[in-house]
Design a binder for this molecule. Structure first.
Ligand SMILES: [Cu+2]
Length: 145
């Protein structure tokens, strides 16, 4: 009987499709005028929540795979949540601190097809060098998946 049960559970394990449930990732505003996660790789359908754990920050999307359908800008010091339904690379900044390098990159489904449009964005010198660094991190994270 025990053998049958074991066999049954092995077979069940083998035939059950792997369920990938949508994840919810949290990013905090830090006291160093930065996001707690600068580069975030997620799957299609996952959501990201930005927590106003430090004052004076928000989330403003600068680029994404569908420029016409970028998430709206969040209020300063407000909780913010976005579900990502289009694969690609998204760039966002904190409106008051973007020029100082408070930026974040999100890659949905490991899809870098619109990376060029992100590299072309004209920002301050500090912001541009931060974006270059974030892109390098994203690519090395993607390669190690
Ligand atoms: Cu800020």
């Amino acid at each position: 009987m025990r053998i049958l049960l074991t066999l049954f559970s092995i077979v069940t394990f083998l035939v059950t499709p792997k369920l990938t449930l949508a994840e919810n990732i949290q990013i905090e505003f830090t006291e160093y005028d930065s996001y707690s996660s600068e580069v975030t790789l997620i799957n299609l359908g996952d959501s990201i929540e930005w927590l106003p754990t430090n004052e004076g920050h928000n989330v403003e999307f600068l680029a994404g795979p569908k420029i016409s359908a970028l998430p709206s800008k969040s209020e300063i010091d407000a909780f913010y949540s976005v579900v990502f339904k289009v694969p690609g690379v998204y760039l966002y900044q904190c409106s008051p601190h973007g020029n100082m390098g408070m930026l974040g990159l999100i890659v949905v489904d490991n899809d870098f097809h619109n990376l060029e449009s992100i590299e072309k964005i004209q920002l301050s010198r500090v912001a541009s060098s931060v974006i270059k660094r974030l892109i390098r991190i994203a690519q090395s994270k993607a390669n190690s998946l």
